[in-house]
Design a protein around this ligand. Sequence first.
Ligand code: ZN
Length: 174
Amino acid sequence: MIRWKLIKDTANKLLLDAGITAPPVAIEALVKGQGVSLTSAPGDDHITGFLLRTPGSEPVIGFNSNHLAVRQRFIVAHELGHLLLHAKSGLHVDRAFATSEGQKIEERIDEDEIEANRFAAEILMPEEFLRADLAGLGPLDAEHNDTIAALAERYRVSKQAMTIRLTSVELIRM
Ligand SMILES: [Zn+2]
């Protein structure tokens, strides 16, 4: 079962403790504030990032520096989600698979991946921030393409991630 409320509460507490009240969320600073060592390297396209937990040393989050900055931010947030939500030690590597359309998608096979993706969305695009930004506009639809693009830029996420997020908090009409 996906722990939607725990995920949201965990992300919101982190933002509150760090005094973050507006986008873009400084995800690297947040991660370092959790005692995590952050590293990056150019890697194969299908590797997005990893989380390494070794007993006795600080956790390490790594991301592929070949990917776009918005993607890097999402994967760092995703790995932080694994760290805070999933008590597994050792190395966890995240990969992207090519779909039949040739598009890259994040791995969504098991519940841990769904939870980590949801955590990343909660921390990078807090519902409260989005509602404040869209106050008075009402739910968006396809005609608001420019608004969605502007929001994606403001939150430093991909337009695809912003569209998914707005849909899940019912700020977009499908
Ligand atoms: Zn993952």
